[in-house]
Design a protein around this ligand. Structure first.
Ligand code: CTP
Length: 434
């Protein structure tokens, strides 16, 4: 079953210096302290595919936690231990994280001195994983450094471009694997192997996805919607009838497919305007649900979003139509549109670019966003105080009014801004007093 292949040269060729060095250090320490250590999972898969992957998942035969502690000390990092699971995370000074797990032997109630019990524990660990392509390991001990350990034909499946489970109950034991199968299939342009596909369909039909908690569904959906292009997975999920369990409010029609297809380009556009903090998955999520009329509460029962995610989604769904309409009005004031845009998260700007009907509206939106970025006020509340006004709620109102006037091109200098807020406050105080 073993590939008997050494992938050291591949690691030398494909890994950045820093990671190669780190593998060397792990290897050295493992030998020094007498542990058998392997790097497993996605790292191995992506190494063989020639794809970058900076996730270090180590499996230690024996005491993974003890090794993690030694490793943290050796590399001058910190360690976070999860005793219950026999796992730990080593965190290096630059926040690089190394996951360490223990390959347990306790599943095998072998009589004491059975040979091969050590390799069996690694095999058992790998066998419990999702797909053959994710169930390979590379030995890190010095005597067999770089040896590819492939009990289940993972390398062959990579070459044949198939996603295959290791055992028939895999999807039943962990229904998130249905979503993972779709994600890996679409990410690498693979196909789900026929037997595996039949098992997945059976599990879907048996409504196995209903067993998942909202938290697990959200995390898996987030992984999918964060892929560079999630469209393939979105369509495949429709084909397989998965959306009804994950997010029944999602609509996957021609229009939404084309919106999701265009989303990466418009995201880049908005980033180039200086709005850098964009959670791509929320744009895709908003696109999927925006035509269903679903409320944020309905979506939330399925996904349990955090407060920030809720606010972002809620704002986009509530405001996009008004802004699209405003952008199409000839002669609409920049300030009028900016008032809405200012309340909107940057994810919404991408959404708007996608939904705007014509080039003229797109240009207008971009013009508003550029002005919002460049035309920040030069004065603050302190300046208003220096004009002799008493701080109060009118300050904020005056600054907002000045900002809007500036966006419309009415204020050209600091002096004009000061003059504007001074007049504004005096007028408002006058009208309040009368
Ligand atoms: N795994 C599994 N079943 C799951 C999740 C994970 O068997 N439901 C195993 C797989 O061996 C996987 C490893 O845990 O390779 C690490 O999982 P994760 O980091 O989620 O995925 P990666 O394979 O690293 O994929 P990605 O590139 O998306 O991070």
């Amino acid at each position: 079953a073993n590939g008997d292949q050494n992938v050291t040269s591949l690691m030398i060729k494909n890994l950045p210096d820093r990671l190669r060095q780190l593998l060397g250090q792990i290897s050295y320490l493992a030998d020094q302290k007498g542990y058998s250590v392997f790097i497993v999972g996605g790292f191995v898969r992506d190494l063989l595919l020639g794809v970058e992957n900076l996730d270090f998942d180590l499996v230690v035969e024996g005491d993974g936690i003890a090794f993690a502690k030694d490793l943290a000390e050796f590399l001058c990092g910190r360690v976070r231990v999860h005793d219950k699971f026999g796992t730990a995370i080593v965190i290096l000074s630059d926040e690089f994280k190394i996951d360490v797990a223990t390959a347990r032997t306790e599943y095998y109630e072998y009589p004491a001195a059975l040979p091969k019990v050590e390799i069996s524990s690694l095999k058992q660990d790998l066998y419990r994983r999702d797909f053959t392509i994710n169930a390979m390991a590379i030995a890190l001990s010095q005597k067999n450094f770089g040896e590819l350990i492939d009990f289940f034909g993972g390398k062959r499946d990579l070459e044949e471009k198939v996603v295959r489970v290791l055992y028939n109950l895999s999807f039943v034991e962990d229904p998130t694997r249905i979503l993972r199968a779709v994600r890996f299939e679409q990410r690498y342009g693979f196909t789900i192997e026929p037997q595996t596909l039949a098992l997945a369909k059976g599990a879907i039909k048996a409504q196995i996805l209903n067993k998942l908690s909202a938290d697990r569904v959200r995390e898996e959906l987030k992984h999918i919607l964060e892929e560079t292009s999630p469209l393939g997975a979105v369509i495949r999920m429709k084909e397989l009838g998965i959306w009804q369990f994950v997010l029944p409010q999602a609509m996957v029609d021609e229009e939404i497919i084309s919106l999701i297809e265009r989303a990466p380009k418009e995201t880049t556009h908005i980033k180039e305007l200086g709005f850098l903090d964009i959670k791509v998955w929320l744009i895709h999520l908003a696109l999927l649900v925006h035509k269903s009329g679903a409320t944020i509460e309905e979506i939330d029962t399925h996904l349990r979003l955090n407060k920030e995610e809720q606010l972002i989604l809620k704002n986009i769904l509530a405001c996009w139509e008004v802004i699209v309409r405003l952008c199409a009005v000839p002669g609409a004031k920049v300030s009028e549109i900016a008032r809405y845009l200012n309340e909107m998260p940057a994810e919404g700007y991408v959404f708007l670019l996608l939904k705007l009907g014509d080039q003229r509206s797109v240009n207008y939106l971009v013009k508003c966003l550029k002005r919002m970025k460049r035309n920040k006020l030069l004065i603050t509340g302190d300046d208003i105080k220096r004009l002799g006004h008493q701080p109060g709620p009118l300050f904020k109102e005056a600054l907002q009014a000045a900002w809007e006037a500036k966006l419309d091109g009415l204020l050209k200098s600091r002096e004009e801004e000061l003059g504007f807020v001074d007049r504004y406050i005096k007028e408002r105080e006058g009208s309040i007093n009368h």
